[in-house]
Design a protein around this ligand. Structure first.
Ligand code: KG4
Ligand code: ZN
Length: 352
């Protein structure tokens, strides 16, 4: 099955062609980092305008790189949500037009499911059931993937996403955008034990995350010690990064032990972070948990992951009508309701 996938949920315009949902024939990503860098964050209006300018050449390049024409395709997949509505609309409109004109099956993909499917593009794909820690600029959530295309939410951030915290602290330190890679670079020469930042504890025992307290204490530290020398910036970056890694690793391993799920997938833009990959790998190994982490280029936003998830849904017989629309708040799995543990059968609703 030959599928074209399109991704435009945030600030990357991307298209890919996959064979059988596994073999990447092409994977084109046009980054808007330089466009948004002067503002220290993504400017939605600028993002959608840039998507509009580059999406056709990006799709044409993906088809040319794969050596296929539109008529060869068995289906078209597109990110339907969650994301910036103006950005999502550009990808959805293009995918719908192509599906209509070339009479191809269309499927809408949840961006977070795409991140999870990046793990299926490796030589060692995960086997269900597994837990998936999705850490990106917009989301930080832990899902239980019970069976193909069926997810339950185990925990999520109660405030900022991990990537958002990286971006905000990087801005505070004058390290530029996107903040995650900048903090990781600066942290290389810093001491991760230099500053002890507080980690939020969930008094109700939930597998939820919280990063806003950490961000606030980094902000207070910066204000108190300004102006900062290069060594201090490196120490703050290293200590902050270590605290984020500790929170993510601790919660994920605890949830795996609590639920008895022996496999974990780490994915999303923040999963490109070296210390996080190494930290979770070490802790997982210690507890007999098998860890699956896609290579960094498949962890950050790309269309190969959307195409992989879209192919699975097309193979399951799913079709989106041409009236489908962008869903900026699209959910992968409903939040567990009070009284129902996250992995109780009652809350194991498949995504439809
Ligand atoms: O998944 P992604 O590419 O886009 C969203 O869906 O949000 O994630 C982007 C986020 C940004 O916040 C960026 O700072 C963060 O991922 N990120 C990193 C690293 N590379 C990207 N965070 C920490 N370390 C990295 N190496
Ligand atoms: Zn993403």
């Amino acid at each position: 099955m030959l599928v074209l996938g399109v991704e435009s949920s945030c600030d990357e315009t991307a298209a890919a062609v996959l064979a059988d949902g596994r073999r990447i024939l092409s994977n084109v990503v046009a980054s808007q980092d330089a466009l948004h860098a002067p503002y220290g964050g993504v400017v939605p209006e600028l993002a959608s305008r840039r998507h509009l300018e580059v999406i056709v050449p990006v799709v044409e390049t993906a088809l040319a790189d794969a050596g296929v024409g539109l008529s060869d395709l068995d289906g078209i997949a597109v990110t339907q949500g969650p994301g910036l509505v103006g950005s999502l609309l550009v990808g959805c409109s293009l995918a719908k037009s192509l599906a209509y004109v070339h009479d191809k099956p269309l499927v809408g993909v949840n961006h977070l499911e795409g991140h999870i499917y990046a793990a299926f593009l490796t030589d060692d794909p995960p086997v269900h059931p597994f837990l998936a820690l999705v850490v990106s600029g917009g989301h930080t959530a832990l899902y239980h993937a019970r069976a193909p295309l069926a997810y339950a939410l185990v925990g999520q951030t109660r405030d900022d996403a991990a990537g958002e915290a990286f971006d905000k602290v990087a801005k505070l330190l004058g390290l530029g955008f996107p903040g995650g890679p900048a903090i990781e670079r600066a942290a290389k020469t810093g001491d991760p034990k230099a500053i002890t930042f507080p980690l939020a504890q969930m008094t109700d025992g939930a597998s939820d995350f919280s990063f806003s307290g950490l961000k606030t204490s980094a902000s207070l530290y910066v204000k108190r010690h300004a102006p900062l020398g290069e060594g201090q910036v490196a120490d703050i970056a290293a200590s902050f990064q270590a605290a984020v890694v500790k929170m993510l690793v601790r919660k994920t391993v605890k949830a795996a032990l609590r639920t008895g799920v022996k496999r974990v997938v780490l994915t999303g833009g923040v999963a490109a972070n070296g210390p996080l990959r190494a930290g979770l790998a070490a802790e997982a190994a210690e507890h007999g948990i098998t860890l699956h982490v896609p290579p960094p280029r498949l962890c950050t936003d790309n269309a190969a992951m959307i195409t992989a998830a879209g192919t699975a849904r097309l193979e399951a017989g799913e079709r989106a009508p041409l009236g489908m629309n962008a869903l900026p708040n699209m959910e992968l799995a409903p939040a567990p309701t009070a009284g129902h543990p996250p992995i109780a059968p009652a809350s194991r609703a498949p995504l439809q």
